[in-house]
Design a protein around this ligand. Sequence first.
Ligand code: GLU
Length: 286
Amino acid sequence: MTTAPAYRGRLAPSPTGYLHLGHARTFWIAARRARAAGGALVLRNDDLDAQRYRLDYAQAMLEDLRWLGLAWDEGPDIGGPFAPYNQSERLAAYRAALERLHGARLIYPCTRSRRDLIEAASAPHEGGGDDEPVYPAAFRPDPGAPLPPLGDALGVNWRLRVRDGEVLEFVDTRLGPQRAVAGRDLGDFPVWRKDGCPSYQLACAVDDAAMGITEVVRGEDLVRSTFRQLLILRALGERAPAYHHCPLMADAAGRRLAKRHDALSLRVLRARGESPESIRAAWEAL
Ligand code: GLU
């Protein structure tokens, strides 16, 4: 008999701005689900984006989450069995995954620019909620074409090839059954960027597997990313976690909260004298 692994959840903030109420609510839901399951909560610092990452944001992020009353069992500040918890220190694991995808001939180098993709995607290409145009089939190399080696200086983007027409499915623990068709709802997507960095999709899938995460709790803007991450996990032979996508928070005008909404950042609310209890109280009923 196999027993289900003990619950392991995670918070995965990106230090690219101050956390706002929308992030905080999602993290709070993640923490509550981990607690309810008697499981562990991991804090992973998604600091791969060297252009937007700032050390002071990384510090502020941990401080703001603690102020709000969240606690985690493993993380960059306290260590743990799956350290390091800063993505910027985990490049070797991402590179190893890339090599496996390359060895399985599931990826190919792509020199097209973002503009090429947008121009080529003249048809209604997106089902919404995702800014990644479906990669045009005409841009793909022939599957039988020789695959260039990865090399040290990668210099180009590498994409994972999806199987056109394949129906992808998972059951979200909040939204229920989710379905997408490869080649229609999502196309070949980047796993490695020409600046030498893994894509969010690759790094996230590799870390969720390596850290033994059993449920990923995050905003519902990432449902389509989940399909991509499931494809990576399958290609790497890794067990997929469960997914729980939370509703996104909007401002008074109905616009989705973003890091530019400084007025709703935890910092500003705190400076205005709001208490963590009053912020959390609004979510208790969720
Ligand atoms: N760092 C990513 C973000 O903040 C993580 C998303 C996720 O939870 O996978 O959007």
